[in-house]
Ligand binder design. Structure first.
Ligand code: PLP
Length: 425
């Protein structure tokens, strides 16, 4: 092929184009979010109730109605280590599918931790350090969030205590090594029940207990909360600029996997004001929060220590099967994502584990990148959308979030390739 015939597949912004403010979706919602309720009194919580757990600035962001919130320079300095991330046109996937659709993905796997999670870990660590906190306690499922927070804490000289869902702790031993390399400490959760495979809800309880028990410690949550989705909007804001570079007016559909909703919110929320853009959440069939849960107030953790939130939930004591997509094994969901699904503004689909790995292996073979099991839920949806567009003869523009690589999930790939991967319930 001569140079003149080369077609761009990678759309990169300069480091100066990194967004300088986060997009707050609150003013764009059909009505204000229902307030979180105190776990004991069931009255709406105020900033004072949250102060033992979170930095003041983060509590302000959680409740803010400002349309834009400036990103501090000290945060941008760290985000610039890997941001802006590339937008890639998946032409080889398009060719493999023989589709009429145009498929783009935002590559969040290039961050230090290998996923989108540092986008929120960095500001959370920064605001806590600025307010004099010395240590953060958190939960992690697949290990991606714990890895991201360990990295972020290292940037601002904070200690980091990570409670990792026992099942993932055993499935992904190298995650612990990365977290320890960045100075974090990692223990399997539930800490008081060694025979229990664990859940994100139980790990949250362990981390909250740790944080309320020490004056020098705050809690950090890697998803679900409004401020976490806010921090992740750098993904969608960059993608908007990059799609324009690629000559696209808008995506027809934006797709992302959904555990607690942070990477989905990050890529999708900046597109919410455009009613022509469909938004699609992809979740596991074995933890079908949005597709089979109920929309009601529930606790964020198993012990009932967190405020209650109005969200889709499978029940705070739901114990998901040990699928490899550890980051998607959460009983609840972001109140923002839940509201959008409840009102029909966002769609949700569920995928089974083997279909997810089938999609991941196809993606790896044609695009070269080895997706995290979580990311595969989005890819399975992308393939379904592309096939649907082809059947209807549409040149649908599909944007999806490649939220993480699977280079520490090789045991899962080994099982799949050997034909041993459980199809889970
Ligand atoms: C790679 C990856 N993708 C997705 C998720 C799901 O979380 P969220 O829905 O908050 O993006 C996780 C959570 O750990 C993850 O590690």
């Amino acid at each position: 092929m001569s140079t003149a015939e080369v077609t761009d597949t990678r759309f990169s912004l300069s480091q100066a184009d990194i967004p300088s403010a986060w997009f707050n979706v609150a003013p764009h919602l059909s009505s204000p979010l229902d307030p979180p309720l105190h776990p004991a009194t069931r009255e709406p919580v105020g900033p004072a109730d949250l102060a033992p757990l979170f930095a003041e600035e983060l509590i302000g962001q959680e409740m803010s109605a400002d349309p834009w919130i400036d990103i501090p320079g000290e945060v941008l300095d760290v985000l610039r280590l890997w941001r802006p991330t590339p937008l890639v046109r998946a032409r080889r996937l398009e060719a493999a599918l023989g589709t009429t659709a145009r498929i783009y993905f935002k590559d969040e796997s290039v961050s230090p931790a290998g996923s989108h999670k540092p986008n929120s870990a960095v500001p959370q660590a920064f605001y806590n350090a600025r307010e004099g906190i010395k240590r953060l306690a958190t939960e992690t499922g697949a290990g991606q969030w714990g890895t991201a927070l360990s990295f972020a804490c290292a940037q601002y000289d904070l200690e980091c205590a990570v409670y990792m869902v026992r099942r993932s702790f055993e499935q992904k031993p190298y995650r612990k090594v990365i977290m320890e390399t960045w100075g974090g400490t990692v223990v399997p959760s539930p800490i008081d029940d060694p025979d229990n495979a664990g859940s994100l809800g139980a790990a949250i309880s362990d981390a909250v207990r740790d944080a309320v028990g020490r004056d020098d410690t705050h809690y950090a949550l890697g998803s679900v909360l409004n401020h976490v989705l806010l921090h992740q909007t750098v993904i969608g804001l960059e993608a908007q600029q990059q799609l324009a570079m690629a000559g696209e007016t808008r995506p027809d559909v934006v797709i992302a996997p959904c555990g607690g909703g942070s990477n989905l919110g990050g890529i999708a929320l900046p597109f919410l004001p455009d009613p022509a853009v469909r938004l699609l959440a992809a979740e596991p069939a074995s933890c079908p929060t949005l597709t089979q849960g109920t929309y009601e107030y529930d606790f964020g953790d198993t012990a009932g220590l967190t405020p209650m939130m109005n969200m889709y939930t499978l029940g705070a004591d739901f114990m998901p099967p040990g699928i490899h997509a550890g980051g998607l094994r959460y009983h609840g969901d972001s109140p923002i994502v839940s509201k959008l699904v409840h009102e029909g503004r966002m769609e949700a689909v569920a995928h089974r584990q083997r279909a997810v790995f089938e999609a991941n292996v196809l993606f790896a073979r044609v695009e070269g990148k080895l997706p995290a099991p979580e990311a595969g839920h989005g890819i399975a949806s992308v393939i379904a959308e592309a096939k649907d567009a082809t059947a209807k003869g549409e040149d649908r523009v599909i944007l999806f979030n490649y939220c993480g690589h699977g280079l520490l999930d090789l045991a899962a790939y080994q099982e799949y390739l050997a034909g041993d991967l459980a199809e889970e319930p």
